[in-house]
Design a protein around this ligand. Structure first.
Ligand code: SF4
Ligand code: SF4
Length: 427
């Protein structure tokens, strides 16, 4: 694709990066066939090729209008398009650059959307604030259906619906969990944000598996949200601040690896080196931590695991999150681990199509999010299975909202097979 940036514009590193990405696109449109929003809406501007064109126009002209913001906000950042593209267009990086630009054009979004985005960015990444917000929101969640019909208050309805999940906090003490048997190494485990408040069972399963495999596990209390939720909103400075806090905590902990049990966060932390490359004070440490970051499944698959035996003869339907499939390219790893533990594993049709969770996407785009959930569940439940397993809490919570079967993290199943507690719904 030909671009028309001025020499002045190309002095900015992000613009040079965008220019190089845009020039790779040959406008063939192969990517539209695998884009969930294009499949649902059938609109060129709601597919990757159309979005790439809008990003190019916005960056070249410096004008960010409401229509461009709407089409880019409808993008799930699932990266199915990037997996399909034969030219190697880095759509993920391009849409990140575009979202940072949009964030600096406040009039491109209506006031209530800006307010909801600001609220989410101020609360969700901080577990203590999130805990309080959920406590306050819980009594009001029955008003969500009413608010859903009240135009400007629709995002508020989505936020109240999030409060429906019962709390399951991950205690932040102790910070160090000793290994069982011969020590194999010392690893940090990301505590995260929403998951540490609503699904502590995932962290407990991870600690159980790692310690029984001989690893000392450290969860420094000063490490927290990876920054994905704000990074995906284009709030780059906030994402950098969260990254710096994590890097400082993990550097102090002197660990061999930083493990992440949510695939969406794993791809974000693996990108810390690039995020802070221009920060002379943090660039080296960010690169060191990015090099130590591992999706926990990848780490376990390469480790000597504790003895595992599936407690029951059962089939697990595995839903691979987009972050695992397209960003990390590791969709086969959890099924392989589950099979090693003795579970039978099934995978659904259309594995590359997003379930519609995509972080806080459902708050702003509930119709698309729900339509994708129904499509995904139809595929996941087309095969007889006792449970649906995934690798990212966001997908699990979203699917469980309408699923007829328990939805668990695959680490809960592995931990169960290694002598840990049975996941909820399978006891
Ligand atoms: S498949 Fe790749 S090259 Fe073709 S339109 Fe999509 S992004 Fe551009
Ligand atoms: S990231 Fe996903 S939703 Fe966005 S354009 Fe690509 S395929 Fe479509």
């Amino acid at each position: 694709m030909r671009t028309e940036f001025t020499a002045e514009q190309l002095r900015a590193p992000q613009m040079r990066e965008a220019d190089a990405i845009l020039r790779k696109c040959v406008h063939c449109g192969f990517c539209t066939a695998t884009c969930p929003t294009y499949l649902l809406l059938g609109e060129e501007n709601d597919g990757p090729r159309g979005r790439i064109w809008q990003i190019k126009t916005m960056l070249e002209t410096g004008r960010a209008d409401a229509a461009t913001a709407a089409h880019l906000d409808r993008c799930l950042a699932c990266l199915s398009c990037a997996s399909t593209c034969p030219s190697g267009v880095d759509y993920g990086r391009l849409v990140d650059i575009a979202r940072v630009r949009l964030e600096h054009a406040p009039r491109a979004r209506v006031w209530h959307r800006r307010l909801a985005r600001a609220l989410i960015a101020a609360v969700v990444p901080y577990p203590r604030r999130l805990k309080w917000a959920l406590r306050l929101a819980r009594p009001g969640r029955f008003a969500a259906p009413l608010l859903r019909r009240a135009g400007p208050l629709r995002p508020l309805a989505g936020m109240l619906e999030m409060a429906g999940a019962p709390p399951d906090p991950l205690p932040r003490a102790p910070e160090v969990f000793p290994p069982q048997g011969t020590a194999q190494g010392r690893v940090a485990l990301l505590a995260g944000c929403a998951q540490s408040v609503l699904a502590g069972r995932i962290g407990r399963a991870a600690v159980h598996l790692l310690t029984t495999a001989g690893y000392e596990v450290v969860m420094p209390s000063s490490a927290g949200c990876c920054g994905a939720v704000v990074a995906h909103m284009g709030k780059e400075e906030r994402a950098k601040a969260l990254a710096r806090a994590n890097i400082a905590a993990w550097e102090r902990a002197r660990v061999d690896a930083v493990l992440i049990d949510a695939s969406g966060c794993a791809s974000t932390i693996a990108d810390y080196g690039r995020l802070l490359a221009d920060d002379p004070q943090w660039a080296d440490a960010a690169a060191r931590i990015a090099a130590k970051a591992r999706d926990i499944g990848v780490f376990l698959a390469a480790s000597e695991l504790p003895p595992m035996r599936a407690p029951r003869d059962m089939t697990v339907m595995f839903h691979a999150p987009c972050s695992l499939t397209h960003a990390l390219q590791q969709a086969a790893t959890p099924p392989e681990l589950l099979r090693r533990a003795g579970f039978q594993v099934a995978t659904p049709a259309e594995p590359h199509i997003c379930c519609g969770a995509a972080g806080v996407y459902g708050v702003f785009e509930p119709e698309i999010s729900n339509a994708l959930r129904q499509r995904k569940l139809a595929n996941l439940q087309a095969v007889e299975a006792a449970v649906i397993a995934s690798a990212n809490y966001g997908c699990m919570a979203h699917l469980q909202g309408s699923a007829a079967r328990p939805v668990v993290h695959y680490l809960e199943l592995l931990s169960w097979a290694a002598g840990g507690p049975a996941p909820a719904g399978l006891a």
